[in-house]
Design a binder for this molecule. Structure first.
Ligand code: CU
Length: 155
């Protein structure tokens, strides 16, 4: 009887441990729906204190998603910008967030939306890798790898 009782306790322990670890897993591995593609950083002259990154962000979910911020240990800070032409003059507007519409996408590309990368900690060359960590509106973070490339546009 005592042996049976211990066996039951062990079973109960295993069962509850299994339950709690499953619950934990569900919390930490919550999938984030955004899909990042063609993420790249434009190579800039070594003296540059600012660089630019481009990418396509798809949101296949049924809810609009905001990206609140982006960080990389290779830059002091990162901002979201939109290039616009006002009275024939090109201007850059700072955006507080990037909004990716439900079932839609946002393209960050030359002359449009882009990420401004301030104060690179070292000179980055074509072929170097950069990790960007995005913080979404719900607090989730997503780390996305990017490649430094020579820009394929003339400036
Ligand atoms: Cu800019």
């Amino acid at each position: 009887m005592i042996i049976n009782m211990r066996f039951f306790q062990i079973l109960l322990f295993l069962f509850s441990a299994g339950l709690s670890s499953t619950g934990c897993l569900a919390e930490t591995s919550q999938p984030q729906p955004l899909q990042f593609s063609h993420v790249w950083v434009a190579e800039a002259p070594p003296v540059s204190q600012v660089m630019v990154a481009y990418m396509t962000i798809k949101n296949p979910s049924s809810q609009n998603i905001e990206i609140k911020s982006c960080h990389s240990k290779l830059f002091s800070s990162i901002g979201f910008h939109q290039s616009v032409v006002v009275n024939g003059m090109a201007e850059m507007h700072h955006l507080p967030v990037l909004s990716i519409p439900a079932h839609g996408s946002l393209s960050l590309k030359p002359g449009s939306y882009h990420m401004m990368l301030f104060n690179p900690v070292k000179t980055l060359h074509a072929g170097d890798k950069v990790n960007f960590t995005f913080t979404l509106g719900n607090g989730q973070t997503v780390t996305v790898p990017a490649m430094v490339k020579k820009p394929d546009y003339a400036d």
